[in-house]
Each structure stands twice: as structure tokens, then as C-alpha cells.
Ligand binder design. Structure first.
Ligand code: GAP
Length: 443
């Protein structure tokens, strides 16, 4: 069947269309929507939670379980406030902010041209730019005074640095080795937007790779290529991915060098992940402030050294957004518009939907049995609601790579049709061959 692609990056409405598809199909909802929502905060629905989980599982598999030199951990979100003094986040983790005096709109001063008029009201009357700390504060325990003030972590990395000695001792690791974790982070961003791209609550997948200081450049180069490759392995279009080195004036306070993996979103090239040379900054700062030794004994040199750190830091939500944007297609099929999410089968929330053509003649029972058989290995889903055309369209929008239909021929020869989401071609496969057919296709 011929399909002509209609929608691409030049379609300025792609983001709006994606937001509405995400709600319609149960990927992503606005948080507390029935109360008018909370700006830039999102909830993942049934399909979104599966997609997000698949992203995290693939990251964990590729970074932790498939490597012998990296271990995982899971630190608390709430930490002793001394951590943020030592890490420099209390004094350095801020963005410049300006307000339009006329309409009170607020902007990141480094995201707009202050020589130009306010984009909201068209008048040029800016306040002075001032620094705004991005950490979200809360109170710990029953009293609400400055002694009980703590912060929601703005990066998961510090949970790794403060546990450096614990993990080193427990896992008896040798350099180079890494510690990885996935978890929520919070930032009181001056401006948010572009759907999941910049929010105040988000999830990070971070890995701190501890190396001998003179090996930092070698490992920085290794990890930046690995990480770019990882996004390609998810099936993201290669011409929309690139590595960009940071200019000196955009480096974070802890970084000596940094590369961003960027994706070409409909709103422009933007950061997906940072791969940074954090040097010995964090371990030295925590050693100084805690009075604890955070070193590794180099037996070949017979001395204690402070390892340097190469960090890979990705956003789960940004990765989900990238996958969704990249997968979104609109095509014209036989004069009709088809919206389809061309998700990689490894990521798709539903791998195959199983459809009884009609709800009689034993077809639903056969479909349910097929679902039960495939479920151990794949995310198989039974769908009997509406015409077969409607079911295909629904599953195309959900990004389901395969549709299995039970029809009258099935009753005669125990075969079913398998429809490929992208080509819309159908093949007849014997029911007892389905498992091996999908194993060959997907695993
Ligand atoms: N530990 C280093 C670190 O946190 P970062 O560049 O500030 O570095 C790393 O953040 C990644 O976290 C970003 O590349 C992005 O994917 C994600 N991220 C950061 N701020 C975010 C936000 N406000 N909303 C969504 N994702 C965010």
C-alpha cells in the first residue's frame, strides 16, 4: 500500500499535534488537569509510563548490566543541605532573569535579545538582569524556619559523589569505574516550555565515570561517541542528531569541558544529554567540606589519588519527547490522513495488538489465547472494540508495530494475518510460528 509522508519538521503545528495525540492515546497528561493543571508539569498515562519505562530499562541495560565496570545505585532525593554548599549549587547554580516592566513577562536573559522589544507586548522596557537560584526549597520536619530548609536535588549526580567511598568499598572497584543512577530532579526554571523539554520536575539518567586524571580526555571522547550511538540505537533519525562542544562561557560551574548530544526538534537544535569533564571538582569539594577522604589507592603508584570524573547526564523526559517527535508521521493513504508513531519495537508500549475480526465464531477466544502466549515475552494487547479499520488507526497512533488479525481463514487453517505498522503490508503466519516470527523480528 502506498503512503505519502505529509508532515515533517517544517510543520509548525507538529508539537501541538503531538501534545493532543499524547493525551488522546494516554501517553502524557497535564498534571492535576481537573484543577487547571500546574504549569509545565506532566503525568504519564498507561502508554507513556510503558514508553518511559522502556527508555529507562534500555539505558540501565546498556550502561549498567551489560558492563562489568559500572554499578548502579539509587540515592534519596532529599540530602543534607551541606551537599549543595560543597557542590557549589547554592552560590553558582543560577540563571539570569529579566522582567518586562510593561507587561511583567519574565524571561531567561540569555534566551532573548535585550536589544529588541519584549516578544509578549512589543515594548522595550527591561529590568536589570539578575541571578535566580534554580534549586527548589522545602522544609524538613515540623518547623518552618531557616534551620529546617532543605532542597530538592537539582541533579542526581551529587547522590553518587557523596557515596563514592561507600560504593568503592562495597564493590572493591578499580579505576576506571562508573556509578549510575536514574531518578527525579527538580529545578525552579525561570522559564519552562516546549512540552516535556523543560519542566521543573523531571527525571535524569546519570553516570559518573571515575578515571585517572590523565585519562580524562580519552574517556570523554569514548563516552561522547557511545552516547551519540545510543540514541541512534533507539532508531532516532541520524540526521537529526549531533554532538556540539560547549563554548567556554556556557560551561557549568563544575565542568572543564562538555559536549551536548543535540536533536533537531521542531523548535530547533536542543540539548538531549551532556557529556562533561567534571575533573576532580566534586570529590575535592566534598572531601574539603566533609573532612572525609574521597580518594582511591593506586597500588601501581603506591599513592592515594582523587579520581577525575567524566559524566554522562541524560534527561528521561527529553528522551521520551525526542522519541515521540521523531516517530510522529502523517501520511496520506488512499486519500485519507494516517497519523502513525513509528516507534522502535524495543520502545513501543504495545508490541502487538491482537484483533478478532468479529466478536463471534470463537475468534475472540483465539485472540485471547494468542495474547496469553505472547505476553511472557512481548507487550501483547487484546483489542476487540470497533471496526478493524478503526482498531488499526488507534494502534498506529499508539505506535504499535504489529497487528495480528484472526479471521475466518484462521478457523480453517490456524493462520493469522500480521500487519506491519510502517509498510501496512500483511503476511499470513501460522499461529504456532508467531513466537519465533516475532523473536526474529524484534529481539
Ligand atoms: N549532572 C549534570 C546535569 O545535571 P544538565 O545539563 O543541567 O547537567 C542534564 O542536565 C540533562 O538533564 C539535560 O541534558 C536534560 O536532558 C535534562 N534536564 C535538565 N534540566 C531539565 C529540565 N528543566 N526539564 C527537563 N529535562 C532537563
Amino acid at each position: 500500500m502506498m503512503a505519502e509522508e505529509k508532515s515533517n519538521l517544517s510543520d509548525s503545528k507538529v508539537m501541538d499535534k503531538l501534545v493532543s495525540l499524547c493525551k488522546r492515546r494516554g501517553f502524557i497528561f497535564q498534571s492535576s488537569e481537573i484543577y487547571g493543571g500546574l504549569e509545565a508539569t506532566y503525568d504519564y498515562g498507561p502508554l507513556g509510563a510503558e514508553l518511559k519505562n522502556n527508555v529507562k530499562q534500555l539505558w540501565w541495560r546498556d550502561i549498567v548490566t551489560s558492563r562489568s565496570d559500572i554499578v548502579g545505585m539509587d540515592a534519596a532525593i532529599l540530602m543534607n543541605p551541606e551537599v549543595w554548599k560543597a557542590s557549589g549549587h547554592l552560590t553558582e547554580f543560577h540563571d539570569p532573569m529579566v522582567d518586562c516592566k510593561n507587561c511583567k513577562s519574565r524571561y531567561r536573559a540569555d534566551h532573548i535579545d535585550l536589544e529588541k522589544n519584549c516578544p509578549a507586548c512589543g515594548i522595550k522596557d527591561w529590568t536589570e538582569a539578575r541571578q535566580f537560584n534554580l534549586m527548589l526549597k522545602t522544609y524538613y520536619g515540623p518547623s518552618e524556619d531557616s534551620s529546617s530548609e532543605i532542597y530538592l536535588r537539582p541533579e542526581t549526580a551529587q547522590g553518587i559523589f557523596v557515596n563514592f567511598s561507600n560504593v568503592l568499598t562495597a564493590s572493591r572497584a578499580k579505576l576506571p569505574f562508573g556509578i549510575a543512577q536514574i531518578g527525579k530532579s527538580f529545578r525552579n526554571e525561570v522559564t519552562t516550555g516546549n512540552f516535556l523539554f523543560r519542566s521543573r520536575e523531571f527525571e535524569q539518567m546519570e553516570m559518573e565515570f571515575f578515571v585517572k586524571p590523565d585519562e580524562t580526555t580519552q574517556w570523554l571522547n569514548f563516552w561522547r561517541e557511545e552516547r551519540l550511538q545510543w540514541y541512534k540505537s533507539l532508531g532516532i533519525r541520524e540526521d537529526r542528531l549531533k554532538l556540539r562542544p560547549h563554548d567556554d562561557d556556557e560551561l557549568a560551574h563544575y565542568a572543564a569541558a562538555c559536549f551536548d548530544v543535540e536533536y533537531q526538534f521542531p523548535f530547533g537544535w536542543s540539548e538531549l544529554e551532556g557529556i562533561a569533564d567534571r575533573g576532580t571538582y566534586d570529590l575535592e569539594q566534598h572531601a574539603k567540606n566533609s573532612g572525609k577522604k574521597l580518594t582511591w589507592f593506586d597500588s601501581s603508584e603506591n599513592k592515594h589519588i582523587t579520581p577525575a570524573v567524566v559524566e554522562v547526564s541524560a534527561g528521561v523526559d527529553r528522551t521520551v519527547l525526542t522519541i515521540l517527535v521523531d516517530a510522529y508521521h502523517e501520511e496520506e493513504v488512499k486519500g485519507e490522513n494516517r497519523v502513525v508513531l513509528k516507534l522502535n519495537p524495543k520502545l513501543a508500549p504495545i508490541t502487538m495488538a491482537v484483533f478478532p475480526l468479529v466478536n463471534r465464531d470463537g475468534m475472540p477466544e483465539i485472540a485471547e489465547k494468542i495474547v496469553e502466549t505472547l505476553r511472557g515475552e512481548f507487550a501483547a494487547f487484546f483489542d476487540a472494540g470497533g471496526s478493524i479499520g478503526r482498531r488499526y488507526r488507534r494502534q498506529d497512533e499508539a505506535g504499535t508495530p504489529y497487528g495480528i488479525t484472526i479471521d475466518s481463514e484462521t478457523l480453517e487453517d490456524q493462520s493469522v494475518t500480521v500487519r506491519d505498522r510502517d509498510t501496512m503490508k500483511q503476511e499470513r503466519i501460522s499461529i504456532d510460528q508467531l513466537q519465533s516470527y516475532f523473536r526474529n523480528k524484534i529481539l
